[in-house]
Design a protein around this ligand. Sequence first.
Ligand SMILES: CC(C)(COP(=O)(O)OP(=O)(O)OC[C@H]1O[C@@H](n2cnc3c(N)ncnc32)[C@H](O[C@H]2O[C@H](COP(=O)(O)OP(=O)(O)OP(=O)(O)O)[C@@H](O)[C@H]2O)[C@@H]1O)[C@@H](O)C(=O)NCCC(=O)NCCS
Ligand SMILES: Nc1ncnc2[nH]cnc12
Length: 297
Amino acid sequence: MWTDADDCGKQLADWAVQALLEEAELTPKPGLVDLRSSGSHDNMDISLMKASAASLRTCFEAMGKAAYRRNPEQELREELAFLGRLGEQEMMRVTHGVNTHRGAIWALGLLLAGCAVHCAPATAWEIAAIAGTIAKFPDRYAPQQPTNGMEVAQKYGVQGARGEALKCFPHVTRIGLPVLEGMRARKAPEQTARLHALLSIMASLQDSCLLHRGGPQALEAVQRGARNVLESGGMGTASGRKAYRLLEQSMLEHRLSPGGSADLIAAVLFLDKIQSTSGIANKPQGGFGHRTVTLSV
Ligand SMILES: CC(C)(COP(=O)(O)OP(=O)(O)OC[C@H]1O[C@@H](n2cnc3c(N)ncnc32)[C@H](O[C@H]2O[C@H](COP(=O)(O)OP(=O)(O)OP(=O)(O)O)[C@@H](O)[C@H]2O)[C@@H]1O)[C@@H](O)C(=O)NCCC(=O)NCCS
Ligand SMILES: Nc1ncnc2[nH]cnc12
C-alpha cells in the first residue's frame, strides 16, 4: 500500500487529522462542540478543536512511521505510548491546558498503528484487531497521575477508553461503521448518516466523560435518549428530530458531553477513509448484541 515508512506515516496522519476535523464539523452533535456552538463545554469551541486536530499531525505521522511493518509487540506498544504522550503535551500546549483530544490520540493512534503494521489493504475489522493486540501489552512507563477516567473506573468499575481498545474497538467496527455504511446505502445525506452513526455509538458506549460529569444515571439517560432518537425513526422524521431536540436540551441542561463517542466517530471516519481508498468493505465478525432499529432517511 505504501512505498516506505515516511509515505505510510504521512498518509495515515493526513487521514487521522482529516477525520478529527470532520468530527468537529459534524453538525448537529448533542452536548459536543460543533459548527453551531460549544455544546456542554465552556472551555472549547470549534476553532480550538481544529487547532488541536492540526497539532496532532506530527504525533500521528511519527506513530505511523514507528509501526510500519513492525510486529505488534511490547516494544512497539511502549514507543507508541511515548509518542502518544508527546502528542498529548503538544495538544495541551496548543489548547492552553484543555483536554480536547486525549481519547482521540489513544484510539486513532492505535488504529493508525494497526494499519501501518498491516501495511496492505485490510478491513477495518482486521486493523482494529491488530490495534487491540497492541493495546494488550502493558504500558510500563505510564505516569501514575490520576485522570477522570481512573476516578470513574474506580468508582463504577468501567474500563472506558482502555476497555474499548482491549476489545478491539467494537463500537467502531460493529456499530459506527456498519450504521454509516447502511445509511449511505439508503441514500441518506452524509451528515445524517454520520450523526446516526454517532447516536448508535452513544446508545451503548460506557463513556467515561458522561460518567464523570453525571454518574451512571446520566450515562443511562443519554444512552436511552440516543436510542430513542433512532427508534423514533431517526433524523429523517419529525418524531426522530423531536426526540433529538429533547436529548440535546437535557444534555445541555445537565452539562453532559459524550466525548468518548466523539472520539469513536472520528475513528469510524478514519477507517472509512482507509477502506474507501483501498476499495475494501468492513466485515465484522459475529454480533455485538446491539438492537437493530428501523431508520428513515
Ligand atoms: C489509557 C488512556 C486511555 C488513559 O485514559 P484515562 O485514564 O484518561 O481513561 P478514559 O477516561 O477511559 O479515557 C480517556 C479519554 O478517552 C475518551 N473516552 C471516554 N470513554 C471512552 C470509551 N468508553 N471508549 C473510548 N474512548 C473513551 C475520552 O476522551 C474524550 O473526552 C475528553 C474530555 O474528557 P475529560 O478530560 O474527562 O473532559 P471534561 O469532561 O471536559 O473534563 P472536566 O472539565 O469535567 O474535568 C476529550 O479529550 C475527548 O477526547 C476520555 O477522556 C490513554 O489516554 C493513555 O494511556 N494515553 C497515553 C498513551 C497513548 O496515547 N498511547 C497511544 C497508543 S499506545
Ligand atoms: N466535538 C467535540 N466536542 C467536545 N469534546 C470532544 N472531544 C472530541 N471531540 C469533541
